[in-house]
Design a protein around this ligand. Sequence first.
Ligand SMILES: [Zn+2]
Length: 506
Amino acid sequence: MSPAVPAGRTLAAAATATALLAAALGAHTVPAAAAATTGKVLVIGVDGAVLDRVKAANAPHLQGLMAQGLTARSTLYAGPMAATSSGPGWSTVATGVWPDKHGVRDNSFTGKNYAAHPDFLTRIENARPALNTYAAADWEPITSTDQNGPIFSAKVDKRLSLKGDRDGYRTEDPKVAAAAATELRTQNPDAAFVYLGEIDAAGHSYGAASQQYLDAVARVDTLVGQLLTAVHNRPTYGQENWKILVTTDHGHIPSGGHGGSTLAERGTFVIAKGAGIPAGSVRDDVKLADVAATALAQVGVAAPGIDGVPLGSPDTDPFDTVRPALRTRVDETGIPAGVKGFTHTPPAGWSVDNSKMGTGGVTEWAGWAFATDEFWTQSQRDQWRELNVRSRDVFAVADSDEWDDKTHTGTFDSTLVTPKWPVVGGSTRTLTFQTHYRHETGQTAQVLVSYNGAAPAVVKTYTADAVAKADSIALQVPAGATDVQVRFRYSGNNNWFWTVDDVRLG
Ligand SMILES: [Zn+2]
């Protein structure tokens, strides 16, 4: 998609903003003029909100944002990376990096590393101190200096901290919303975060399946409406380019509660409205870390190295193109019958060599497969599959552990083969990909490279865990070579797994 340039922008400003974005995005392609110098952003955090219950509730404002913008469902980590609880969840939203970087694994905040990975409002203050930042919350670790966080630092221009606790959110949320609405309408915030806690409290008290939970969603929706009205009623609204994001920190099981590894607890979403976001759009490649990245891009602040990607950045991962071919389960009876989440059909130009594979085994994992997180992680929980946080949408999976759960001959030995990419002899190219590998003796995971059809040579062998890692391998292209082909070979016998995603030759 190519967002239109908002009226009143100069070409120089556009070039500067685009350059900043390019720095922030690294390898990602930047659409022309994705940010505006008049860009402003409001992030609304609704704790413990389940997307399907938001859709079912009397929630005209949240549903209106979905109709006018983007709805993107995604999943979180689970232990041992982090619990599906508020500390890690809001830290991920605020910092744009996953818990293995920001360090918050549970609500003790032990190990927090906000110094290296600050919240997006603090990043804005560091880069553009003239901009106005605002945060308001009634869960104290978000904004209170005397609590475990604070997730949003004292560098934020103005912070409001109230104390909701379990039953108090119903009275404190309206105070947060009223104060934030006044700020948004009468002051000049460039970036704001507003937190509302009552939905989570209702989940704990009554369960996500309850009428009380729907009622809490409806009350919070009214407060969201107050915030949207405040933005719309700004005297200068017509000259401003607002992006509105709504997100949550974790899900809830139907009977109430979270922290564990079920899909209900790991469920999150991003709702977004603003220039360049098609009305009624739905995406599968957006993750929670993208909230901060989008907010930063909106105000033209670079954030090199964060995990999040701005919403305006296009999805160019070839694995995601196989989504229409995804199928429902065959042998994996633990995965809900309606979930379409795997295929053995590779993207155009790619292939899988199963000539060394044994026969039989669990159909879904007979050789490299292409699968979604929702599907793969439900094959077996709590074995680190949930830790694959840097893969997006569809990724490639080789899983000898799951394959072995049904009678087979031989061992798992499968090779994923890329297209032949053109190269120039004597140059250096960088192969990058997201990898998630759980190691065990007896397993092999190798990256091999072949130039002009010559015998593949091993350029990398994994001998230890590589959990949710962005990997990169420098390739020295031999003189005279005109193409390169990369292979990912995995073999094992009831060992663990390897996933790769977003494979690129830079
Ligand atoms: Zn909770």
